[in-house]
Design a protein around this ligand. Structure first.
Ligand code: ATP
Ligand code: MG
Length: 348
């Protein structure tokens, strides 16, 4: 497809996140229903060309565990990514509507995410970088697929939002400034699996982010949390790492105003749990310093517990890799557990 704005009629808004918004659209000439993600970018013309080239990789992906792409185009000042429409939406919306998801379905999610990660890594040498429930999509055929993977370091660096690249699913080593690796994505998978099974994001709010005295404390040891933090000013992207990807957070030098803006603009930044809110700074502190979250004991089976524990090994070096995870009993059992995901999608 050679795509442009005029080729589409908008049908509905599917949702929006940090980087932009996603519309359900119809490609007029062919009648194809697609999901079109519109991202506001902040980059020079030469960089934009490079972004489109990098997005070509996404176009070249061919896996039943990856949302396929129809193409991308520039529509100043936005970049538009047209992808396969997944009619049952993302797993965050599903569990928020339906409550905790049957652990046997969550097992199928784990299998699909691992397969998607293995495909991206083995075939394209890509690390996803943003595994979380909103980037795991479902359709009524029962297919579970990954979207929004970090194909474009250039795109990540030019999205006009300071908090892009910051995620509440970040591994301890990423928070501390280590470069990305598949192991970081495995941590994010562990957090995601607990969230879907229990029906709640596993870090709890015991902290009120409206209390600015807590923020003062964070100024005492910012280097602990943000090893590669760029403090040169608002909206200045951090220097890319040798692979062209940002390795850690960009936090503007004026934290309090950054916090205010982030709470207005990005839903990932304040968390709601039992009426409490927690700032992202405090959350990062918890991830690095507290024991890793676990599935509640004895409720979901020892094999599921062991798998999640392996994903959430805090030391990235010691964390089990993709190959080891594929060999774990929960994954092997989940492949064959007889759950009919397509039939399950008919229940909502
Ligand atoms: P963030 O920006 O923090 O990554 P997010 O993943 O929720 O958050 P978007 O990637 O902009 O934000 O997606 C917004 C919503 O659009 C998703 O939660 C999902 O429900 C929906 N969505 C995205 N892609 C598709 C798709 N291909 N088919 C159907 N729905 C989609
Ligand atoms: Mg997304």
């Amino acid at each position: 497809f050679d795509l442009k704005n005029d080729d589409f009629t908008s049908l509905a808004e599917l949702g929006s996140g940090n980087g932009g918004c996603v519309m359900k659209v119809q490609h007029v000439r062919t009648g194809t229903i697609m999901a079109k993600k519109v991202v506001l970018i902040d980059a020079k013309p030469a960089e934009r060309k490079k972004i489109l080239l990098e997005l070509q990789i996404m176009h070249d992906c061919d896996s039943s565990f990856i949302v396929s792409s129809y193409g991308a185009y520039l529509a100043e000042p936005n970049i538009c990514l047209c992808m396969e429409y997944m009619d049952k939406g993302s797993f965050d919306a599903i569990y928020k509507r339906m409550g905790p998801i049957d652990v046997r379905i969550v097992g199928k999610v784990a299998v699909s995410v691992l397969e998607g990660q293995r495909y991206l890594y083995d075939v394209h040498r890509i690390i996803h970088r943003d595994i979380k429930p909103s980037n795991i999509l479902l359709n009524s055929q029962g297919e579970i697929k990954l979207c929004d993977f970090g194909v474009s370091g250039e795109l990540i660096n030019s999205i006009a939002n300071t908090f892009v690249g910051t995620s509440i699913y970040m591994s301890p080593e990423r928070i501390q400034g280590a470069t990305y690796s598949v192991k970081s994505d495995i941590w994010s998978l562990g957090i995601t699996l607990i969230e879907l099974t229990v029906g709640q994001f596993p870090f709890s709010g015991s902290f009120d982010s409206d209390n600015d005295s807590d923020l003062e404390n964070e100024h005492d040891h910012p280097s602990l949390l943000f090893a590669n933090t760029d403090t040169s000013g608002d909206k200045t992207p951090a220097p890319p790492d040798p692979n062209g990807h940002r390795a850690s957070l960009t936090i503007p030098s004026d934290l309090p105003s950054a916090k205010r803006r982030s709470r207005r603009r990005s839903k990932g930044v304040s968390l709601h749990g039992g009426g409490m809110t927690i700032s992202i700074i405090e959350l990062m502190h918890q991830i690095v310093n507290e024991p890793a979250p676990r599935l509640p004991k004895g409720k979901y089976g020892a094999d599921a517990e062991a798998f999640v524990d392996a994903c959430l090994e805090k030391d990235g070096e010691k964390r089990t890799g993709l190959t080891g995870l594929f060999e774990m009993r929960w994954i092997q059992d989940s492949r064959a557990n007889g759950m009919d995901v397509a039939a399950w999608t008919k229940t909502f």
